[in-house]
Design a protein around this ligand. Sequence first.
Ligand code: SF4
Length: 424
Amino acid sequence: MNLADSEIVTAILTDGGFVRAGDEASADVVLLNSCAVRENAEERLGNILTQLKGRKRRQRELVVGVLGCVPQFERERVFSDFPFVDFIVGPDNYRELAGIIENSREQKRLASLDYDQQETYAGIDPVRTGSISAFLPVMRGCNNYCAFCVVPVTRGRERSVGYERVLAEVAALAASGFREVTLLGQNVNSWRDAEKSLDFAGLLDGVSQAAPSMRIRFTTSHPKDISEALVKVIAARPNLCNHIHLPVQSGSSRMLDLMKRGHTREEYLDRIAMIRRHIPDAAITTDLIAGFCTETEEEHRETLSLMEAVGYDTAFMFHYSVRPGTWAARNLPDDVPEALKKRRLQEIIELQNAMSREIYRREIGKTVEVLAEAESRRSSLQLMGRTKTNRAVVFSRGEFNAGDTLLVKITGATSATLTGEAVS
Ligand code: SF4
């Protein structure tokens, strides 16, 4: 979402007369689009700002702004820890950026952090960073208030981009040569167009028909909102990718209740069974938190057993870190010792790696459809692309180029990448 927002910010500033610098060293204005979802992302922001401090001392006219979720809920901290920051702007206020940059030369510590429950950045044509695969936000915000999550605090309530506008944007991407689009939302499957009485299944159906030559992906889904109708649409339309990212966070129903996730372990497994019934070869990925408040050893084991029951392709795995402003920060003890959180996380990672290795190994010998995205980092004789299941494939390129869709025979696998030969 931050990548997509940065493309919107670039469009707004280009329209305001700014030109993107070739590199950071030559920039007169440095903007950091920040993420608050985990502690380590915030630490990274702090490290970059610390590096910028020396440059700002030497180059007094340099303008430094922090955008996004961190200032939205930690306004005072950004200015107190980094007093040289000229301004902070929240996720709903990017339209004001050009004016704020100009004003910051006169006024110090400007802040624009008002929530705008209508803002979807309609009418702004993002300056895309790629030409093959595009991100398209179709809704913003979240109404769920999971106990550990800052998103409702930083991004406000849910609002959706209208059906017609999403279809027009997807058609425009297809006409400009894009081969793939990922529909984005913090809670994408709660997308709604009330006027047209359409839900996310209806949107996916419409998008897949508006751009039949494009691959369509979406993220992130909430388990309680993934309907059978939605899964049936994915199964029926060949250009809707058979990869579903379905965050579970924990395998214990007590933990899920404490996390305020709105479903139990059993209900989650029912959803997985329903997905597999309609799309047997679907790749399912997830997010997992180790060591959430009061988690016992037994409950940690339930996470491991749920992972085995589902057989995730891959997972984003982290140990719990308290996020200020969340329900958990105010009401639950962060009482799992750090060393224990790390050990549990390590067990989760080791299990996931072993499962991924096995799932990938089973692909050896198959011929799969790949959208080539770029040259591989190792050799210009190889390309890197993705299967519809979102598995990365590195292959000898033959006659093919980035942007081509082709068949690749899989000849090798690690726990994260398939390797192969282009066949046609
Ligand atoms: S559904 Fe996702 S974005 Fe919304 S509060 Fe829960 S974890 Fe955060």
